[in-house]
Design a protein around this ligand. Structure first.
Ligand code: CLF
Ligand code: SF4
Length: 496
């Protein structure tokens, strides 16, 4: 048999911009060993794991038992996806074939989730048939679901039969009056129940399901959609409640509402939150709860590292033509997972960034700044400004460098002929980078360099191929030495 060859391409997060965030710190490092084990290779539950492992969703669940004002059935479940039509609805048999194929071709894929396009538990036969087959055929793949929670309590025994360690419940409110503004109706006991009454039942079921899962030792993540003017003042209370009931991670996601998606909110012009509003709320909740900040609002048929979607490579047509030796593929998969773990172990031993930060502990008078980073993965600054589709946003201060989120942008460089011509795109990028004072990238053209500088954002290509957090710490130290991050300077800017 041919030996398994491990090259770094299997271990890198190429194409996964999100793979760069977080460095070797993990927001869950304070948790007990037994919980850390469960999330160790889950890219959504562990920020560190998403540098290395991929997830996939199979779209086996078309129906839904509630209506959310941010969802149109023709589109992906907005709870767990960015809007976009699910390319192919799959039968459980097709889904299993697709999962096995992806497991062979993307060995880093560690988690299979059912997240739509409707609700997995409103389609229990299809969801559980998929899980049953995969438990048998690919026991090393973690199974995961995301649900609105309405049918959760009565499905928990069935869920537990499939060795499911992770469940996401979308909880947008705990007050039925607010719920009535988000959910026009639910379908319950063969009847459509509208308004406050329906919302009250949904909230009760969500909380009951959450409690039952926690009692059974299942890890629960709560997703909440932040809807300005509807639940923005309420989500901190939601965060406190779900923590009290034992959820261990809270993911506050921005509402995506566009008129062309045909959703109620989209058509009525309900806006989504700004980056600052989202971050402020996440920070406010973080006092009480572990927050997820690396969510990419995946499609219900997403495949690959978070932040990338390789679904097009695995359509039914294409997988039908792929010849795979599963025995060989599964061995290679195991070897790659082992190599990933060794790489993580070595990286976690280094801890160089904290030494640098400890040395700067005394400089408390300086103010924090936001830094945008262009990276194609692997935790390093390795992407040209013009090739970025999103920037990773970090907050640097005298005592810490922390990942706080990502901002999607439109590609600045659209090919050799057009590279550098699109000033409108650059204007929009500058708008998206509001609040950031530095952009770190591997290279940048002179034109965008000049325009960014004019906009008050300092472009920096000096740290190409360096670990992100080390580079940010170095840039911050330099700005500190130059007197650019004094509190007094901020006051002057704010007054101006
Ligand atoms: Fe899928 Fe969700 Fe499981 Fe992850 S997604 S079912 S927990 S495997 Fe992850 Fe995607 Fe965010 Fe969801 S990044 S949208 S949180
Ligand atoms: Fe859409 Fe998901 Fe809400 Fe159902 S639960 S209406 S599929 S967003």
């Amino acid at each position: 048999m041919e030996p398994t060859v491990l090259d770094d391409s299997n271990l890198m997060t190429e194409g996964c911009a999100s793979g760069a965030c977080g460095g070797n710190k993990d927001q869950l490092s304070h948790l007990p060993e037994e919980i850390r084990k469960k999330v160790h290779n889950h890219p959504c539950y562990s920020e560190e794991a998403h540098h290395y492992y991929a997830r996939m969703h199979v779209a086996v669940a078309p129906a839904c038992n509630i209506q959310c004002h941010y969802c149109n059935r023709k589109y992906d479940c907005a709870n767990e996806s960015r809007p976009g039509v699910v390319s192919e609805l799959l039968t459980p048999e097709q889904a299993v074939k697709k999962v096995m194929t992806v497991a062979a071709k993307i060995p880093q894929m560690s988690v299979l989730g059912v997240a739509g396009p409707g609700d997995p538990l409103a389609n229990p036969e299809r969801t559980f048939a998929t899980f049953r087959a995969l438990t048998e055929k690919a026991p090393d793949i973690k199974l995961c679901i995301s649900t609105n929670g309405l049918a959760l309590p009565q499905q928990i025994d069935e869920l537990l039969k499939h060795n499911i360690d992770h469940v996401t419940i979308t909880i947008n409110c705990i007050d039925p009056d607010i719920g009535a503004k988000i959910y026009p109706w639910i379908f319950w006991n063969n009847r459509r129940i509208r308004g406050r009454k329906g919302a009250k039942i949904l909230i009760r079921q969500q909380q009951k399901g959450l409690q039952m899962l926690v009692d059974k030792g299942v890890l629960v993540k709560v997703n909440s959609v932040l809807i300005p003017g509807v639940n923005d003042q309420h989500l901190q209370e939601v965060s406190r409640m779900v923590k009290e009931k034992g959820a261990f991670l809270h993911n506050v996601m921005p509402l995506i509402a566009e008129a062309e998606h045909g959703t109620f909110y989209g058509i009525m012009g309900q806006r989504g939150p700004t980056h600052t509003e989202l971050q402020t709320l996440q920070d406010a909740c973080a006092g009480d709860m572990n927050m997820m900040r690396h969510c990419r609002q995946c499609r219900a048929d997403a495949v690959g590292m978070l932040g990338e979607d390789r679904g097009d490579e695995f359509t039914l047509d294409k997988i039908g033509n792929m010849k795979i030796d599963y025995a060989v593929a599964m061995k290679k998969r195991a070897a790659i997972h082992q190599a990933i773990e060794e790489k993580r172990r070595l990286k976690n031993q280094s801890g160089s960034i904290m030494v640098t930060l400890d040395e700067r502990d005394s400089r408390k008078e300086s103010r924090p700044i936001l830094v945008a980073v262009s990276s194609s993965g692997g935790g390093i600054i390795n992407q040209h400004f013009g090739h970025a589709k999103e920037f990773l946003i970090y907050e640097a201060s005298a005592t810490d460098v922390r990942f706080i989120g990502h901002r999607k942008i439109e590609l600045y460089c659209k090919g050799i002929e057009h590279c550098g011509e699109d000033e409108t795109a650059l204007d929009r990028i500058i708008h998206t980078l509001a609040g950031c004072e530095v952009v770190l990238c591997s290279q940048i053209g002179i034109e965008p360099w000049t325009i960014l500088e004019q906009a008050g954002i300092r472009p920096d290509g000096e740290h190409a191929m360096e670990p992100i957090e080390d580079a940010i710490a170095a840039v911050y130290a330099e700005m500190l030495a130059q007197g650019l991050v004094d509190n007094s300077i901020k006051e002057i800017r704010e007054t101006a």
